[in-house]
Design a protein around this ligand. Structure first.
Ligand code: SF4
Length: 457
């Protein structure tokens, strides 16, 4: 087929968004223009997620919407859900093709070079291109596009762990990455294009370093962090998330000594009860987690630390939940991402005894979300009156722009075109009614050389 236009709909995580951008570029290289979803594209690509609740219903709805915009569009489905349930998706009316994890990066080639019939809503099942997940061993780099300030750069894919609640290893396959040299080269290009901040992303980022068809461990995440720290021209890096057992002292030390790696960590905890961590098959216990947080704070007292938690996992009693609550309450962390446990097909967790009723899962989620608000406000308030640097984004809402400090405090300021996409020194003042930090011009007058601004945070 010879499509002129393509539009994307992406569900799920930053990795999926980066991969949609990479797929979009592949179409552009073949002369296919990327358009907005509402513009009635010739090809629609839905990049799905297996973590999303009711993934099938969402997928169905997006397909219907796409066909409303162009009843003759060719609809292709990729992403985690496509790998897990290819046949089911192929039977959704209007789906033309389903591509699994090993095939999705051939999407543009398949659609532009193969003779695929345009299915339309009434046609039969779509074509399935999905090999078993064990065959997904190539690493395909990807990065988010179009954001002048921040780019999400995928440096690792897949996961060799087997947490009992998680379908990601089944949907994305084994752990694999590019080389340190290839990531450095990409970052140099992005720096030359004016990107100011890179968020390193992956499924199990701390496991970076497995390469090639033989799946050899050739490098490690510490080496990547050390190498990126030397790239001239890149102003800021963030590590999107790292399993606590993989966050080594070396990484913490490198970040602490770096001017480019921000003092901000996101560490999945999932539960503060050792019993539940065992049932979840996590590779650490609460003492290790507390030790990692303490080590970060020892070297970077102002570091922002985010935590993922799952509540209502099978077997989680009221006492286990309270243990988690108290553990988090006492930890020097700055915010939580709380997820109520949700059963996933083909995982071990739903077979465990002690199912927690939905109502209790919701109550526990609410309690931890309020704890998160309390922690976040306290963290923000500790920083009132500090001078620091803020990178402002390009969205303007009600005459205001927002951005982040190095330690991930969300700052709002009056819109000024000179602020957008820039790192500016500011004095943090107070937390406003929306929970954002207000800021004013810092006392520093020489903005030309940021290296001379003392890094207070
Ligand atoms: S570390 Fe655990 S939760 Fe994270 S992707 Fe791997 S299996 Fe899933």
């Amino acid at each position: 087929m010879t499509p002129q236009t393509v539009a994307f709909y992406t569900l799920g995580c930053k990795l999926n968004f980066s991969e949609s951008s990479a797929l979009g570029r592949q179409f552009e290289e073949r002369g296919v223009r990327r358009v907005e979803f509402e513009q009635g594209a010739d090809v629609y690509v839905v990049n799905t997620c297996s973590v999303t609740d009711h993934a099938d219903r969402k997928c169905r709805r997006v397909v219907q919407q796409a066909l409303k915009h162009n009843p003759n569009a060719f609809v292709a489905i990729v992403g985690c859900y496509a790998q897990l349930k290819p046949q089911e998706i192929a039977n959704i009316p209007g789906v033309g093709a389903v591509l699994g994890a090993a095939e999705k990066f051939r999407l543009a080639e398949i659609l532009t070079e193969l003779e695929l019939p345009t299915p339309g809503a009434a046609a039969g099942p779509g074509r399935v291109f999905a090999s078993p997940i064990s065959e997904a061993h190539e690493f395909h780099p990807a990065q988010s596009l179009g954001e002048r300030t921040r780019t999400f750069l995928k440096v690792q894919d897949g996961c060799d762990y087997s947490c009992s609640f998680c379908t990601i290893p089944l949907a994305r396959g084994a752990s694999r990455s590019g080389s340190v040299a290839s990531v450095v080269e990409r970052v140099e290009k992005l720096a030359a294009q004016g990107v100011q901040e890179i968020v390193l992303t992956g499924v199990n980022l701390g496991d970076f370093g497995v390469q090639g068809p033989e799946r050899e461990r050739r490098e490690n995440f510490t080496q990547l962090v050390e190498a990126l720290d030397q790239v001239e021209g890149m102003r800021r890096y963030r590590i999107s998330s790292c399993e606590p057992n993989l966050l080594t002292d070396e990484i913490i030390r490198t970040v602490a000594a770096s001017r480019r790696f921000m003092p901000h960590f996101h560490l999945p905890l999932q539960s503060g009860s050792d019993k539940i961590l065992g049932l979840m098959r996590r590779r650490y216990r609460r003492a290790l987690y507390a030790d990692r947080v303490a080590r970060i704070k020892e070297l970077m007292p102002h570091a922002g630390i985010g935590v993922d938690v799952i509540v209502g996992f099978p077997g989680e009693t009221e006492a286990d939940f309270l243990e988690t609550y108290q553990f988090l309450n006492e930890l020097a962390i700055s915010y939580l991402h709380v997820f109520p446990y949700s059963e996933r097909a083909n995982t071990l967790a739903p077979t465990l005894p002690g199912r927690v009723p939905e109502r209790v899962r919701t109550e526990r989620t609410t309690q931890l979300r309020s704890l998160s608000e309390k922690k976040k406000r306290a963290f923000y308030e500790q920083h009132a009156d500090f001078e620091t640097e803020v990178l402002f984004e390009d969205d303007v809402t009600d005459g205001r722009v927002e951005g982040y400090t190095p330690n991930y405090i969300r700052v709002a300021a009056k819109y000024d075109p000179l602020l957008v996409g820039e790192i500016r020194p500011l004095r943090l003042t107070q937390v406003n009614a929306l929970g954002l930090m207000e800021a004013e011009e810092a006392g520093i007058t020489d903005y030309a050389d940021f290296n001379r601004i003392p890094r207070i945070l």
